[in-house]
Structure formats: C-alpha cells, structure tokens
Ligand binder design. Structure first.
Ligand code: ZN
Ligand code: ZN
Length: 232
C-alpha cells in the first residue's frame, strides 16, 4: 500500500477544485470521534439514502485525489486513498489517514475559524442588554465541532419543514444545512456549555431565517405550527 505525505495530500487537494459535497464528506470524517466514521453515519450526515451512496461518493473523491497523487494502481476501494479500514463489529469503519487530516488542517479546510455558513442570518440590530450573550449563543451555530455532533445525531434534514437540500438543489447541496441554537438568552450564563444534541437542531436556511424573524427567536414548534396553519 502506497503511503503519501501530508504535503502531497495538500498539493493534491489544492490542485483539485474540490466540490462542496466532497469537502463536507471530508469534514464529516474529520469531526467524527477519533476521525472514524461508518458509511451509515456518513450517509446520515450527508442526507444520502443509504451507506451505498456514501460509499459511492466517498469512493469517487478517493479516486479523484488518488489520480492527483498519481497513486498507481489505485487501491481496489478508492476510498482507501483517504481512509484506513477497520471492522471491530458489524460495520466497517473509515479511519481518516493522518496525512489527510493534517492536510485539511494546514489548508484551513477544518478548524473553528472556518466559516460553516457562507451567508449569515442578518443579525444587524441595535445593541441591547443580551448582545454579548447573543453573540456567544450564535457562535455555536457556526462552531464546526458542535455542528458536527448535532448532524451526527440528527442528520441533515430540516427539523421544521423536512427538507433535505440535495433533493432540491442536487449534488452540491449534499450535507448542506444550517444549525440553529435553541436555547434562550435567559437560559444562558457564563458557565453555559452547549450540548449539541439537546441545544442544536438542523434547519434549512429558509426555516432558519423565519425562526430569526423575531428578536426573540420563534421556537421550532412555533414555526412548524405556522407552516401547518398555512396548509389548512
Ligand atoms: Zn426547513
Ligand atoms: Zn439560529
């Protein structure tokens, strides 16, 4: 099995115009506990029907990067360009190769400074008492690690309207979703630490914008009820 260095992975990733959904797959693997993920969990985070689709898409990226690396012959399973395998139980595990995770870090494709949401919800509003808390609370919506844990649990389906964005916009939107922080400012104090499962929910950008139409955000239940009322 050929082994490549971090620098070689960096060069390959830089040359490749990496598609948004491919980057999302790498990030999902990177942020998984121990940088280890099953195809089933990958499928959930990306909004794929099943682990076969995850296999297919991650394998395609493996092949693209393998070609950039001039990895000849490519491994039988092209995903092996990116991950090592293990099967301690029922499921195969994909363990991100250290060279790949270091390359992602050095290229600035992972890490807490990397913006996860390209277009921010419009937060332009006057300073009020809870302004600082609000900044802290909203930071959780942009925290890569917290976001990854939330999607690991809920998948990338909007909890308000049920949309999976790739079903509307196709491949590039695979794994694309906002994350909303449900805690009220009044519930947050200096010691507060986000719980990505009880405090965060995946929401599509439209539902997210509606949640934030009011200064005190609407709850997920409230927005669901608004949608229900319109359907009647
Ligand atoms: Zn939605
Ligand atoms: Zn929000």
């Amino acid at each position: 099995m050929a082994a490549f260095t971090t620098a070689e992975y960096m060069a390959a990733l830089s040359r490749l115009q990496i598609a948004p959904h491919h980057l999302k797959m790498l990030q999902a693997n990177y942020y998984a506990p121990g940088k280890t993920i099953t195809a089933t969990t990958m499928a959930k985070i990306m909004g794929y029907q099943n682990y076969n689709a995850a296999n297919l898409h991650y394998g395609k990226l493996g092949r693209l990067i393998g070609q950039e690396l001039h990895w000849i012959p490519l491994p039988k399973f092209a995903v092996n360009v990116l991950v090592d395998f293990d099967k301690p139980g029922q499921e195969w595990l994909w363990i991100m190769k250290p060279g790949v995770s270091e390359a992602l870090e050095k290229l600035g494709l992972v890490g807490e400074e990397v913006p996860t949401i390209p277009e921010e919800i419009n937060e332009a509003e006057p300073i009020f008492e809870g302004a600082l808390k609000k900044v802290i609370v909203n930071a959780y919506e942009r925290s890569n690690a917290a976001r990854a844990k939330c999607l690991h649990h809920y998948g990338c389906k909007c909890v308000v309207c049920g949309a999976i964005l790739s079903e509307i916009y196709g491949e590039i939107a695979q794994g694309f979703i906002h994350v909303h922080h449900t805690k009220q400012l009044s519930e947050v104090n200096a010691k507060y630490q986000v719980d990505p499962i009880s405090d965060l929910r995946p929401v599509c950008p439209t539902c997210h914008a509606v949640i934030h139409l009011r200064k005190t955000p609407y709850s997920i239940e409230e927005v669901k009820q608004l949608m229900q009322a319109q359907k009647k």
